[in-house]
Design a protein around this ligand. Structure first.
Ligand SMILES: [Zn+2]
Length: 206
C-alpha cells in the first residue's frame, strides 16, 4: 500500500510539492512515518517542540528531508500550505466531514491536486459492515463514498451543500472528474442521476 504512495509521488517533479498521509491512530501514523521515512505529527507527541519540528521540516524541506508528513487529525485547522498536491488517507476516516476538510488541504493554490484513500481488507470489511446499520448521514456518506460506487465529488457536495451533481454529468468542461466518473467517461456513459427523494435517507444510489 505504501509502495503505491511512493511510486506515485516519484512522478511529481515540482520540488515545492508536499503530501500529507492522514492516519486513523497515533500508532498508524508512527508506522507510516517509519516506512516512508518522514516526519510524524499527532496530538500524542510529548512536546509542542516536537510537533513544530516535524511541521517545519515538512514545510521547509531540505536535503534528505521528506516531503511527506504522516499525521492524525491533529494536523488540522489552520493548516494552509498551498503546495500540498496529494492528501492520502491511510485507511478510512470515521468522520466524513473531517475527511472532507482533510482532503481539502490539497490544492489550496488552485492547481490540480488529488485525494486518495488506501483501504486494506480490514478497512473494507469495516466499511461493508456499515450497510444496514448506518445511523447518521455521515456514516451513510462514508459508505457511499468508499463502497457504493458513488461519484466522489457528488457524495461530498451532497453531504456538505445538499447538492449532488456527478462530474460525468457536469457541463463544466474544465472539471477534473473523480476516478469513478473518469471510468464512466472512458466508457462514454452518462449517468441517469437518481432523484434525491429516491433514497430514504437523502443520498441517491447509483
Ligand atoms: Zn465523479
Amino acid at each position: 500500500m505504501l509502495d503505491d504512495i511512493v511510486r506515485e509521488w516519484e512522478t511529481l517533479q515540482d520540488p515545492a510539492s508536499r503530501a500529507i498521509v492522514y492516519c486513523r491512530s497515533h500508532n498508524d501514523a508512527k508506522r507510516v512515518g517509519q516506512q516512508l521515512k518522514c516526519g510524524v505529527y499527532h496530538s500524542g507527541l510529548k512536546s509542542s517542540a516536537a510537533k513544530k519540528e516535524a511541521f517545519s521540516n515538512w514545510v521547509n524541506g531540505g536535503l534528505g528531508i521528506s516531503k511527506f508528513i504522516s499525521a492524525t487529525s491533529g494536523l488540522g485547522a489552520g493548516i494552509d500550505i498551498p503546495s500540498v498536491r496529494i492528501v492520502y488517507h491511510y485507511r478510512e476516516s470515521l468522520d466524513f466531514l473531517g475527511f472532507v476538510q482533510e482532503s481539502g488541504r490539497a490544492g489550496r493554490d488552485g492547481l490540480p491536486a488529488k485525494s486518495k484513500v488506501f483501504l486494506d481488507t480490514t478497512s473494507l470489511k469495516r466499511l461493508e459492515n456499515l450497510e444496514g446499520v448506518r445511523t447518521s448521514l455521515g456514516q451513510q456518506a462514508i459508505f457511499e463514498y468508499h463502497i457504493k460506487g458513488f461519484c466522489r465529488q457528488a457524495a461530498i457536495s451532497f453531504y456538505v451543500d445538499g447538492m449532488s451533481t456527478w462530474c460525468v454529468n457536469s457541463t463544466d468542461s474544465d472539471l477534473i472528474h473523480c476516478d469513478l466518473c473518469q471510468i464512466l467517461r472512458s466508457q462514454a456513459k452518462s449517468v441517469a442521476q437518481p432523484s434525491l427523494s429516491d433514497s430514504p435517507s437523502g443520498i441517491p444510489h447509483q
